[in-house]
Structure formats: C-alpha cells, structure tokens
Design a protein around this ligand. Structure first.
Ligand SMILES: CC(C)(COP(=O)(O)OP(=O)(O)OC[C@H]1O[C@@H](n2cnc3c(N)ncnc32)[C@H](O)[C@@H]1OP(=O)(O)O)[C@@H](O)C(=O)NCCC(=O)NCCS
Length: 431
C-alpha cells in the first residue's frame, strides 16, 4: 500500500505531532513559510493588528516578556454597551436551552460552517453536540452571541465562548475558548467578523476574564503552534466513493479494504464504557498525563464528567479496569459528528470520530488506540481523525493513519509566548 493516498479531507484545515522529529520540523517550516508569505505579500491584518495578540514581527524580539500583553482594567472601564453594527443588524444572546434558538444556530452552521476547499464536505454538528460543546459547567449564556437581521430576525452570524481553566507552563488561568465563528455565506467579506470578535471579547472581559484561546485553519497573527490532522480509514470503500480518499491506480479495492481491516474483538482485558463512578479516576489519570504538556486544560471532576462521560452519538470514552485489582489504569476517548457530503450519488453524510484524550499507564498506547479504532468501526463510523498533538504522533504510523491536507493553527489572545510551541507540546483540544 502506497502512502500517497492523497485525501480530499482538507476540511480539517479549517478547524486542522508529527510521528517523528522530522515531521515536527516540517510543520514548523511550513508555518514559517506561511508567515513569510504573509510578509512578502505585505498582507495587512487591519483588524488583528489592533488586537492584543502576538504580531508577525514579534518573534525574535526577546525583549518582549512572556505573559499577558495588556493588563486588566477595572470592570467599570469595560465597554458596557454592545458594539455598533450596520443598522440592519442586531447582536443577540442565543439561549441554547430554547429548542427554537438551538435549531437556528444548528441551521446557520449546517448551511454555512467549515467546508473543505472544493466544498465537497461541510461540518454538520447535531444540536446535542452543540449544547454539549457550548454548555459546560460554569458556562456563560452571554458568550453565545448571534447576529440577526433586524427586520426578519434571521440569524446570520454566530460566535461562542466557553470558560476553561488552562495551564501555560506553570501559570493556570481562566480564559475563554472561542469557537463556532460563522458568518452566513451571503454576508462574507463585509467585516462582520471583527465586530463579532470584539463583542465576544467585551462580554468575556465583563466576566473579569482577560485571555482567550482559539484555533483556525487560516493563518492570523500569530499562531503559537500549527498542528496537522491525520486520519485513519474505518470504511475505506465509502471514503473512496465520496472522494475523501483515493486509491492508487495499481492497487485493488480488495487489497485496499483488507489493509484497513481491524480486529473484530478489542485486545485489552477490562476495556469497558466509562461510567459516572469512574470520573475521579479518569480525572486523576488525565491530570497526571497533561502535566507533561506546555499548554493544557486543568479539568476538575465536574468538567471530566461533562466532557468525557459517554453521550450517544457525541462522546465515547472507554476505560481499562484492571481485571484483578479493579483499578482504572487507562482510558481512550473520541467525539463524533457528521460531515455533510455534496456531490455523491450514494452518500449524504460522513460519520467522523475525533480522537480526544487518551491516557495509558499500563496498556500500550498503540493497543489502546487500536481498540478505540475497533470500537469506532463497530459504531459504524467512517473515519477516525486525530491531531498530531500530545503523544498522538507515536501511534499514527503503526495504526495506518495518513496525514490529511490541512493544518490547525492555535492562538492565544492577550497572552504572549516568547517562542512558538511544537504541536507535541500541546495538550489542549478545542472541539
Ligand atoms: C471565518 C468567517 C467568519 C470569516 O468571515 P468573512 O466574511 O470572510 O470575513 P470578514 O470580512 O467578516 O472579516 C475579515 C477579518 O476576519 C478575520 N478572520 C477571518 N477568518 C477568521 C477566523 N477563522 N478567526 C479569526 N479571524 C478571522 C480576517 O483575517 C479579517 O481580519 P484582518 O483584516 O485583520 O485579517 C467566514 O468565512 C465563515 O463563516 N467561514 C466558515 C466557517 C469558518 O471557517 N469558521 C472559522 C472556524 S475556525
């Protein structure tokens, strides 16, 4: 089987560790050249240049300290009124508990959110997924922001934040994770995005929170790292059928399918679905595991329950309970959503698993992940995606993952790092 199974799945780039040092260097080089390209084209970022973010000419200037770029102001000095928009639009808070509002957000995203370059695939998160992703413990409803047309009340843009405790080296801070930025296709290039971002920043500051983290496929000032998605075919025939992956001319479909066959049974004794009673053990395992990364969330037990307890068609977590001692020694997890497929006669959705947190203390990580793939396959999922962050790069090759086209750039708002990070130094996994 050749390795140039060039996929069409650069959808990952819009939201996109390398298995070896060489690959890490390659991805840093690629990032550097993208930044360089921005310079050479004298590309200005009229909005981002005004924001407290690392600027393209910062790297190398070691006089700039690591840490917050701007100090907090008294809350009374934070702008109290929403930002002003062209008069046809109004900014609103989206109450996701309301079935109607949640459906509106769902519809906006389903029709307008992230696509791959040739618009063959588009992310399609279910309402359950959106509620789960946007309403973790301690969330602020005011951080779910919509833009409506005043006359028709149609929802035409959305941006969201959720609070998250994040550790950067030794500093733990509460920050906002910004996600699900979307502007209706018909209203693109009208500079609505800067208003949405300024409004979410304002509402975040009103909660006395001064930093944010976000990811994007596009290069903005300035990524702290650039990670790559890898994918593992679970349903190779369908992936070829819909144009997600390609088979080499010299290969046969039978051989191709056999190459991606997974064992019928999982290999790890004591592997079972996570249950509420496992939360303290999973929290402990995760905390210890995440210590090794420069940037990582600091989850408490409530958050572990929220993010990791299995939720039908959204989240799967499997723990390893040692058959003798009943100790929880390892766990693996993945979340699931669909992509809409356009232009295929046979299929309209792709069922995609995304590797989440995987912690091994006794079971070899490769075996644990092979079991995760087997479970995902049994659930009839089509493909298993994983970023090259954390220790993920160590299992890609053995488990027959392939690099996907795109990149996912990580950013911090109002926090400067002296040096960029390698993707393997990242333990934060925004959805
Ligand atoms: C991303 C999206 C909201 C941008 O909208 P747009 O109409 O093209 O851009 P606007 O005219 O409103 O604003 C342009 C500004 O937003 C910035 N911008 C564009 N995409 C951005 C992103 N993903 N994150 C942050 N800023 C972004 C641009 O860099 C530009 O600022 P600059 O002049 O400082 O460079 C829109 O293309 C979209 O909804 N895409 C599909 C969903 C998607 O990709 N969401 C982002 C997921 S990470």
């Amino acid at each position: 089987m050749a390795d140039n199974d060039a996929p069409a799945e650069n959808i990952t780039s819009n939201k996109s560790n390398a298995s070896s040092e060489k690959e890490i260097e390659m991805s840093i080089d690629a990032l550097a050249s993208q930044v360089q390209e921005s310079f050479s084209l004298s590309k200005r970022h009229k909005f981002w240049e005004t924001q407290p973010v690392g600027q393209f000419n910062d790297p190398g200037d070691t006089s700039l300290p690591e840490g917050p770029i701007q100090q907090p102001t008294p809350l009374s000095e934070v702008k109290q009124e929403p930002y002003i928009l062209p008069s046809a639009y109004e900014l609103v808070t989206c109450d996701l508990d309301s079935e109607e509002v949640c459906s509106e957000v769902y519809t906006l995203l389903t029709n307008n959110y992230v696509e791959n370059d040739d618009s063959m695939f588009r992310f399609n998160y279910s309402k359950e997924f959106l509620r789960w992703a946007l309403c973790p413990p301690g969330y602020f409803r005011s951080w779910h922001i919509g833009l409506r047309v005043k006359t028709s009340k149609k929802l035409v843009a959305f941006i969201s934040g959720i609070p998250a405790k994040i550790r950067i080296r030794d500093a733990v801070m509460l920050l906002a994770e910004i996600n699900f930025l979307c502007v209706h296709k018909k209203l693109r290039s009208r500079r609505l995005t800067p208003v949405m971002i300024k409004e979410v920043s304002r509402r975040v500051r009103l909660e006395n929170i001064w930093q944010a983290a976000y990811t994007s496929g596009v290069v903005l000032p300035t990524p702290i790292t650039s990670s790559m998605y890898w994918y593992r075919s679970l349903n190779p025939k369908k992936l070829i059928d819909v144009g997600f992956s390609r088979i080499d001319a010299w290969d046969t479909m039978t051989r191709y399918i056999n190459f991606f066959k997974l064992p019928e049974q999982t290999a790890t004794p004591g592997l079972r679905k996570m249950e509420p009673r496992d939360a303290p053990d999973v929290a402990r395992l995760l905390k210890n595991y995440l210590k090794q990364f420069v940037l990582a969330p600091d989850f408490d037990e409530n958050e572990v329950e929220h993010w990791l307890l299995p939720k039908e068609d959204v989240m799967d977590t499997y723990v390893v309970e040692s058959p003798g001692s009943h100790e929880i020694t390892d766990f693996c997890s993945f979340y699931t959503f669909t992509w809409s497929i356009f232009g295929s006669q046979n299929h309209s959705i792709l069922k995609v698993a995304y590797s989440y947190y995987n912690v091994s203390t006794k079971t070899p990580l490769v075996q644990l992940m092979s079991d995760a793939l087997g479970v995902a396959k049994k659930k009839d999922l089509d493909v298993f995606m994983a970023l090259d962050i954390m220790l993920n790069g160590t299992f890609f090759s053995e488990l027959r993952f392939r690099p996907a086209d795109g990149k996912l750039n990580y950013y911090l708002y109002n926090y400067r790092l002296k040096h960029g990070l390698r993707s393997s130094e990242i333990g934060l996994l925004p959805l």
